[in-house]
Design a binder for this molecule. Structure first.
Ligand SMILES: Nc1ncnc2c1ncn2[C@@H]1O[C@H](COP(=O)(O)OP(=O)(O)OP(=O)(O)O)[C@@H](O)[C@H]1O
Ligand SMILES: [Mg+2]
Length: 493
């Protein structure tokens, strides 16, 4: 066991007026299986890159271990996998690697094939196995599950459970719960480390939040009560003070000025006390609710088509080169259906969605769509996004106000609106595509892995908007909880 010590870390990207970390200090144990959570754009990837020494920062990071980052960038994917293994880890023992691979349920045979022929799950597993074989190495694993099918996720989670010494960024609740023993979270107002897994962290967070909300309600009432009392007492003292200068009263007795002045002064003192108490209560209230995340409900405006069946696929086969990925698929999509296409990596789910959208890909069979059908499509990959948000809205004929309102609901800050999209985090990019689709009025929404890179709170927002507005939606998504909640039908490929 040794420590990774972070002291007074301060960092902001060049040209940005906001800092991402401001004087943060904490320490990590190199034996931990540490989950890392926080909303999109909070700085998780940035923090990992700071550990890797990629950016200049103020403060101090000290560690006796070396850091390796996943996803490891493979430059020449044409090469045989074994060659890539040796560039990553020249002293890699073959038998050790084979042993790791068998734990990950990967056949040794993949080592002798060009890397690009491996499925995305196999690629992830091989790279992780090699990184774990390096000595004195602490792994920084940044969202390994995107694009991985359910089964592969489970195998990977169980594998990670047998290891120690890593930080794992993931928005997959079930995945985190399986393999971590500590959790680091970047909250709205602070950074926090706890022992436990995602669920226990979430439970604590909810307890804290509800305590703060209750405390806030109490303080709100106190402030109201105190300000009413202050007003009353100010009125009294003004009134009493006023009587001092009046002449004889109805009974003909002259008022005792000394006594009245004394009474008014006492009242004044009392109102000062109330004022002070009120100020303290307001001050206390200010420090509350800072850490509570907001995720308001979203909206979508689906169009209703007069036909019952919106899409009918007959005998669709899709092939690339010699490989056929989809064979003789029949699928019809009726108004109001939300159909999850499930299947292993490489089973052709994205290709089928693209056929439905009428995109140019080689396929055999027929795909009929209802006449005048208006579609809104979210592609799997969002990394192509570049340029200003307002340009993007203009290009796609979106109402810029509506588009940005949705992004705000998805936790974008105003500062984010001034940033070019190429600098967005992966989750922020995917949120741009989600917001676009939510702005579009369509008969049919076609979403390819809408939740990749998306933080947990926004996952829940998306679930809710779909259940509430019930758009017709064929989709692919590997988040099991989401599919169970949202799908009206599951189609196995
Ligand atoms: N090169 C850059 N220049 C300017 N701003 C950047 C740059 N890279 C990232 N950012 C901004 O810094 C913030 C943190 O980004 P980062 O990628 O660390 O977030 P993250 O927590 O990993 O998010 P996600 O969950 O989506 O992966 C974001 O607001 C992002 O837009
Ligand atoms: Mg990230």
């Amino acid at each position: 066991m040794s420590l990774i010590q972070i002291t007074d870390l301060t960092f902001g990207y060049d040209g940005s007026s906001e800092t991402i970390f401001e004087n943060v200090s904490f320490q990590l144990d190199t034996d931990w299986r540490l989950g890392f959570t926080g909303r999109n754009g909070r700085g998780k990837t940035t923090f990992l890159k700071l550990l890797l020494g990629k950016y200049e920062y103020r403060g101090k990071i000290s560690a006796t271990v070396e850091f390796s980052y996943f996803p490891y960038e493979v430059l020449d994917k044409e090469k045989d996998t074994m060659e890539i293994v040796y560039t990553m880890h020249p002293y890699c023992e073959h038998w050790e690697l084979v042993k790791e691979l068998s734990l990950l349920q990967v056949a040794e045979e993949v080592l002798y094939r060009p890397f690009h022929t491996l499925s995305s799950g196999e690629q992830t597993k091989v790279l992780l196995a090699v990184l774990f074989l390096k000595e004195n190495n602490f792994l920084l694993i940044d969202e390994p599950t995107n694009h991985l099918d359910g089964e592969t996720r489970q195998v990977l989670a169980k594998y990670l459970k047998t290891k120690k010494g890593f930080i794992l960024v993931s928005h997959d609740r079930v995945f985190l719960d399986t393999c971590i023993d500590h959790i680091l979270s970047i909250n709205k107002a602070n950074i926090d480390i706890q022992r436990g897994n995602y669920s226990s962290w979430m439970q604590n967070k909810q307890l804290e939040d509800s305590f703060e909300l209750a405390e806030n309600e109490k303080l709100k009432k106190d402030i109201k009560r105190l300000s009413d009392a202050a007003k009353r007492s100010a009125n009294w003292s003004a009134r009493v003070e006023g009587t001092k200068f009046k002449g004889r009263d109805a009974s003909g007795i002259k008022p005792d000025k000394g006594h009245i002045g004394h009474k008014a002064a006492k009242m004044m003192k009392r109102s000062k006390v109330i004022e002070n108490r009120q100020a303290t209560a307001i001050e206390k209230k200010k420090s509350l609710l800072k850490n509570i995340e907001t995720a308001n409900p979203l909206k979508i405006t689906p169009l209703v088509h007069s036909s019952e069946v919106l899409v009918r696929c007959e005998n669709i086969s899709i092939g690339y080169g010699e490989k056929s990925v989809v064979k003789n698929i029949q699928l019809s999509i009726k108004n109001g259906e939300r159909i999850a296409l499930v299947g292993k990596n490489g089973s052709g789910k994205s290709s089928l969605l693209r056929v439905i959208c009428g995109q140019e890909i080689p396929f055999a069979g027929r795909c009929y769509t209802a006449s005048g059908l208006i579609l809104s499509y979210i592609p799997q990959d969002a990394s192509f996004l570049q340029g200003e948000l307002s340009e993007f809205a203009y290009e796609h004929q979106l109402s810029e106000t509506q588009f940005k309102t949705i992004l705000r609901e998805l936790d974008f800050s105003r500062e984010d609106f001034n940033r070019r999209m190429e600098y967005f985090s992966d989750g922020q990019k995917k949120k741009v595509l989600l917001a676009k689709s939510l702005c579009e009025e369509a008969h049919l929404y076609v979403w390819d892995e809408p939740l990749n890179f998306i933080d947990v709170l926004s996952r829940v927002q998306i679930e809710e908007v779909l259940l509430r507005y019930a758009p017709t939606l064929p989709f692919v998504e590997h988040d099991k909880g989401f599919v169970e909640k949202v799908a009206t039908r599951i189609e196995e490929l």
